[in-house]
Design a protein around this ligand. Structure first.
Ligand SMILES: [Zn+2]
Length: 388
């Protein structure tokens, strides 16, 4: 029998490890992360699961063929739910359905060293040797950090599982704004990024006539407008693009700017649309450079492909959502990366979202209504029932 009170109690207990006000700080392999992982292994054992801490720091509760989980490490200022919700929900369903479920907390999802490092290693996309060389901002390597959490066994073979389900908070405003309780993820969006340098002529801001300037910042403004216009006919309401980093040289009040360097990043669930967006963005940048008489350099593209969720699993979750929250759920893409992106290489995967109040995440005041947490747990349990 599902025990929602025990589920909420486990979430609150985990929140107490590394607690900062309403939020938590548990960076991968810091003392509180290690305390949380060891405690989790004990909770798995108490639930009748076989606990394993693997060499990458992933914590497993091995039981049945349906793997449920996420991560319990956090950002430098983390919310209490984020990945913890998925791990503790998995534990609650494992208790309710003996023999059906295994549970995992992947390591370093939040990227102290890499990004989704633990699930990347488990899915075979990254070797442990290569991971060991990754460093955090202080120069500590993954290899050195993981010595603080000795492994108790090797990671289970992906072949022992049939599916992976990852419950998570939405980390965006869509469900909360619509008053809905559950999101069923259609795909984790792909991401592409380029770094652009536009170069003009650095000069005196008092003596250089306006018509003789090659002002890099003016070119940047034109590029920004050109990208927005060019994308109008290419995107859907779910597509996003961001100029998130801009460095102006020399960035002084009395100097006509000579150089600007900026990133353009775009995300979408469709690989074909990502490609069309890239064509439009590159053309807009070239046009803006020509119109503002600037030299332009556009870097090679950094690309992460979209990860579609398994359609059969989506339908199972949709049926469960309609029973537990009739009319209060939707299908939606995930704009954020998750461990499911990596696990999709080795297993059919699906994700479900709980609403984030005000759309806030990666912040101490991230929160979700407790009724919505329990609704998500019931949807997950019903779906596992259908899959068993
Ligand atoms: Zn997360």
């Amino acid at each position: 029998m599902l025990d929602p009170a025990a589920f909420l109690d486990d979430l609150d207990t985990l929140r107490g490890i590394g607690r900062r006000g309403t939020g938590v700080v548990r960076r991968a392999f810091d003392p509180d992360d290690i305390r949380a992982r060891r405690r989790l292994a004990d909770r798995f054992a108490a639930a009748g699961l076989d606990p394993v801490i693997d060499p990458a720091g992933n914590v497993w509760g091995c039981g049945g063929p349906i793997l449920i989980g996420s991560h319990t490490d956090t950002q430098p200022e983390g919310g209490w739910l984020d990945g913890s919700l998925g791990v503790i929900a998995g534990l609650a369903v494992a208790r309710a359905r003996p023999g059906a479920v295994s549970v995992v907390s992947f390591q370093d999802e939040e990227g102290r060293f890499g990004a989704t490092t633990g699930s990347e290693i488990w899915s075979g996309a990254l070797s442990l040797d290569a991971a060991d060389a990754l460093t955090d901002l202080d120069g500590t390597t993954f290899g050195a950090a993981r010595c603080a959490l000795p492994s108790t066994g090797s990671a289970p073979d992906p072949a022992r599982f049939r599916t992976y389900l990852e419950p998570h908070i939405e980390q965006g405003p869509v469900l909360d704004a619509a008053g809905e309780a559950v999101g069923i993820v259609t795909a984790i969006v792909g991401l592409r990024q380029v770094t652009v340098t536009m170069e003009g002529r650095q000069n005196h801001a008092g003596t250089t006539p306006m018509h003789l300037r090659a002002d890099a910042l003016r070119g940047f403004g034109m590029a920004q407008d050109a990208i927005a216009t060019a994308l109008e006919d290419v995107v859907t309401p779910d597509s996003v693009w961001t100029i998130g980093h801009v460095a102006l040289h020399p960035n002084a009040p009395s100097i006509v700017p000579g150089r600007v360097r900026f990133t353009v990043q775009w995300r979408d669930a469709s690989a074909a649309r990502l490609e069309r967006m890239e064509t439009a963005i590159r053309r807009a940048l070239e046009d803006a450079a020509r119109a503002s008489v600037l030299r332009i350099d556009i870097s090679d593209t950094t690309a992460l492909p979209p990860a579609p969720m398994d359609s059969t699993l989506q339908d199972v979750l949709a049926r469960a959502a309609e029973r537990e929250a009739p009319g209060r759920w939707r299908r939606m893409p995930s704009g954020a990366l998750h461990d499911a992106t990596n696990v999709a290489r080795v297993l059919p995967v699906a994700m479900l979202f709980a609403p984030s109040i005000g759309g806030i995440s990666h912040a101490f005041d991230e929160d979700t209504d407790r009724d919505d947490l329990v609704t998500m747990l019931r949807v997950l349990d019903r779906a596992v029932g259908e899959l068993t």
